[in-house]
Write a protein that binds this ligand. Structure first.
Ligand code: C2O
Ligand code: CU
Length: 468
């Protein structure tokens, strides 16, 4: 039996749990009073007293909320909240979620990035008025999210998404958590949501972006920070199509984790780009010399690769507290270890993301076929495969595989030396990315698709049959 090699989880107890290098220093002061009250998403209520089990009721329902300032909009929510409640658990816990569908159409929940058994993956329709119970063990620490997987471009666009944070008590504490679900919404001056299929084919082909940029459902969110005191921002891009490219002049950002938990080594960055579905775990602090208000700037990620980029927008802002600056230590140089994949002799597959003409406009697909036309590709449990994902179109496509993490091995045959577990990765036009995918023992039919959900609708999706 090949051993489980994802790391960061139950089945790989080999993590180098590295303590903070600052144990001899003074403990850090707390965050300023009320630092996150204007931003935090409400937490889910755990109905199970068992410390190793988390049980949550989610009702998918329309609810009137003030999303665009000065208006009220009937958005789609879990439990009347936008985003849905933050689900918190620790690695090894069993998570049980009872979904009740109070929407006018069928829905499901897909647990993006979580290694669930296939029957829990959210592909079984839950009709209006019905209830479905999802239950699975959380094998990996990290930042994940949940969203529907039926009519998902429209349902996600209407507000159905929420965060899952799985902590590993053996990992070093890396700052106070602020979970930030990034999304966008298209709401007119009267407070009406744009229809899910606005602009028809053009909307699908280009990917619908809303003019309102939201952090945890808020159009002008704010957080308070003490100079020099780190915060841990767990970012999730839950937009149906929009890429978020963020910069914060005046703050110091270090990326410490991604889709599948911590990186091996912290990575100082000036900006971060998150494509739909991707997550980032940031160690962030306002520079000790900063004061006043710092905007968090959303830059144009230019996913169409056009010469003229759009203007900078303010996504949210940081109010710098008047407290004395602190000089906190940086994150430890090693966060955990991630084993290299053994891809010698591994079966390979080539997946070309492409478009082709069709009546009514182009369609998107993989290897010449749309999702409706393609038959499943096959792989076997407990093997590692190398998938070469090639983008033959002129626009970016974030490639997402359900159920399994992968490592990026190379871009255009140039080896990537930093190891990281991913489940969603952007493929730029003309690039070919080699991904190493270790399949564990969860047979069944798994989906892969572009996470610009409008592109998945236009055909860029297919199925993997993982065989015993
Ligand atoms: Cu988050 Cu099939 O997707
Ligand atoms: Cu795409």
């Amino acid at each position: 039996m090949p051993r489980q090699i994802y790391g960061g989880g139950l089945l790989a107890p080999t993590i180098a749990a590295v303590g903070l290098a600052c144990s001899s220093q003074e403990p850090l002061p707390p965050q300023p009073d009320g630092w996150d009250v204007d931003l935090a998403a409400a937490a889910a209520v755990d109905l199970d007293p068992d410390p190793n089990a988390v049980k949550i009721d989610l009702t998918a329902m329309p609810a009137p909320l003030a999303v665009r300032p000065g208006t009220t909009t009937e958005v789609w929510t879990y439990n009347g909240q936008l985003p849905g409640p933050v689900i918190r658990a620790k690695v090894g816990d069993r998570l049980t979620v009872r979904l009740t569908n109070a929407l006018p159409e069928a829905t499901t929940i897909h647990w993006h990035g979580v290694r669930v058994p296939v029957e829990m993956d959210g592909l079984t329709a839950v009709k209006p008025g019905e209830t479905f119970e999802y239950s699975f063990q959380l094998l990996d620490a990290g930042t994940f999210w949940y969203h529907p997987h039926i009519n998902s471009s429209a349902q996600v666009g209407f507000g159905l998404y929420g965060a899952i944070v799985v902590e590993d008590p053996d990992q070093p504490p890396l700052g106070d958590n602020a979970v930030m679900v990034l999304s966008d919404a298209s709401i007119d001056a009267a407070g009406n949501l744009a229809p899910g299929d606005a602009d028809g084919w053009f909307g699908n082909y280009f990917g619908r972006e809303g003019e309102l940029l939201l952090v945890n459902g808020r159009a002008a969110a704010r957080i308070v920070a003490r100079p020099g005191l780190p915060q841990r921002w767990r970012l999730i891009n839950a937009a149906r199509s929009k890429f978020f490219r963020l910069a914060i002049p005046g703050a110091e950002m270090i990326r410490i984790g991604g889709d599948g938990g911590l990186l091996e080594h912290p990575e100082p960055i000036d900006e971060i780009t998150l494509t739909p579905g991707e997550r980032a775990d940031l160690w962030l602090r306002v520079r000790p010399s900063s004061s006043g208000t710092l905007p968090v700037i959303a830059k144009d990620a230019n996913r169409f690769h056009v010469p003229s980029v759009g203007p900078d927008r303010e996504l949210m802002h940081i109010d710098v507290a008047a407290d004395a600056a602190v000089d906190a230590p940086k994150p430890p140089a090693t966060l955990r270890s991630i084993d290299a994949l053994d891809t010698n002799g591994a079966p390979t597959k080539r997946l070309e993301l492409m478009e082709k003409s069709a009546p009514g406009g182009a369609v998107l697909g993989i290897n010449g076929l749309t999702g409706a036309e393609a038959s499943p590709i096959h792989a076997s449990v407990n093997t590692t495969e190398v998938w070469e994902v090639v983008n033959a179109t002129k626009f970016d496509h974030p490639f997402h595989l359900h159920g399994f993490f992968f490592q990026l091995l190379s871009i255009d045959d140039v080896a990537v030396s930093k190891r990281e577990w991913k489940d969603t990765i952007n493929v730029q036009p003309g690039k070919h990315l080699k991904l190493g995918i270790p399949f564990d023992n969860r047979p069944g039919m798994w989906m892969f698709h572009c996470h610009i959900l409008d592109h998945a609708d236009l055909g860029m999706m297919a199925m993997l049959m993982l065989m015993k």
